[in-house]
Ligand binder design. Sequence first.
Ligand code: MG
Length: 305
Amino acid sequence: MRIGRAIGVTDTGRRRLRNEDALVCAPPLFAVADGMGGAQAGELASGVAAAALEELGSETHGERAVAELIQEANLRVYRRAIEDPEAAGMGTTVTVALVDEQAETVAIGHVGDSRAYLIRDGELAQLTTDHSLVGELERSGRLTAEEARVHPQRSVITRALGTEEDVDVDTQLVEAEPGDVFLICSDGLPSMVRDEEIAELVEAADRDPERIARSLVEAANRAGGDDNVTVVVFELVEGHARGETLDPDEHTAENAPIPTPPAAPAAGDDVTRHGAGHGSRVLALAAILLALVATALVVWWGIAR
Ligand code: MG
């Protein structure tokens, strides 16, 4: 199994002046961060967290690695918030997916209310639980999912990166399958678009990550675009993991890396593909043409006389 197409799209939305979301689309690591804080601190917090993840995440895998990555990102945001008076009190959510192609697993880690979803066999499953006020009220049965989705205090989160030196990270390991599509998003998507509609849009986009991402961002804006909206979408496909050593007998067409497609052959090209090059072909054609013209001339000469 390997990572197929992947894309990240972020949009300010229709009501906010700034985009405080940040994303990482750096296979095998994917992440979304949604910052908060006064002035430009929200942007700074999500940006610092995303940069830390991108810098540290490429060579690691597994649940523990994800937790450690998020801890390190937390520390960087926290230190920055202490050092920089303008950044005091800033924080950010973060949701990370770290793919291990060889083990065929995806480690998910998160803090806050940015979500990870898995689309498998046309079914949309939310993998993360929101660390938010309404999320907790919903889990305790005091709010329905729909009440939580439109609640005025839906953006109040109960856990964030950067507010303390240590952070409690939720992690899980997903046994992946070829054909899986993963979606990571900031709350600007689910607060505007219901899960059922997300599932429909994913289906309508034919599992193409780019089409999925663009149609989800469009849907959030169509519904009002109250918040910044960010989506990262990637698919897992059949094939060998990057860097995996192949058994020499295993170089079948199916397993071989996808070759660069040859240029479209010209008509009749198959005859000459293994023989003469283009130049020789032109010469041969010219010779045939010359012979034909000469024959015609001889015949005409014969008739004319
Ligand atoms: Mg948000």
